[in-house]
Design a protein around this ligand. Sequence first.
Ligand code: DGL
Length: 274
Amino acid sequence: MDNRPIGFFDSGLGGLTCIPYLMRELPEEKIIYFGDTARTPYGSKATRTIRNFSMEITDFLVKSDVKMIVIACNTVSATCVDDLQERFPDIPIIGIIEPTARYVATYRGVKDKVGVIGTKVTIASHAYKNKIQKYNNRIQIAEAPCPAFVPLIEEGIIDNEIMDLTIRYYMDSFVRENNLDAVVLGCTHYPLIKKNIERLYPQLDIINPSDIVAGRIREVLDDRDGFASGSDFTNVFYASDLSENFINMIDNIFKDEEKKVKFLNFDLEREISR
Ligand code: DGL
């Protein structure tokens, strides 16, 4: 048994989409979440910058005594998961791409045409394609970067025509020309527009890594006999620049449950309770 919290991080609020699935899969677990809202989006930044930001946040989470770290960000997972594991060898650190790739390779038929949408960095890395095809090289993969999705989602521009037009701008010809059967939401912000994508492309199966990673967390904790039981730790959510949208999302996830939201300054030093 291990009652320490699990650390999650993302460039912003996207990684919060993993939390309801964790709560469903492992309701006893507690969370420390860090959203780097001051520096989002990561998906169009240089690899070196993403690595530096990720090292700082991982260091912060390790110092906060978490029992494992979930990189709830595809961009970071595509860029530096190995570097983080090497720098912090004493703590399990998992990315979100590897378990999703295993899932796609296992559960999609070889005749399927699977699309992956993500940030520019994730798509340019071909991390999904390479990992899926490592497990099953007969699955056909097409990839498309959708860089305008994250800024719109961070602004809460979701249930409206602007978002629908943006989705169609990136996806209409991508879906049609590749004759896709399924699409991987290769950015943790995208589950927030899953309903729009389902409505616009009802023929597509939607594969959601924010859901799949919960199963991988279970495996890691199971291996280490690390499940929590009766922990009285309060879930903590940090943002480097606390936004209304970030707070609203957490309110929606937890509804009536007890929660605690803190503001953490950009320099990762000064902490102010909300
Ligand atoms: N939510 C992130 C991801 O999964 C990052 C998006 C961004 O900051 O560009 O890729």
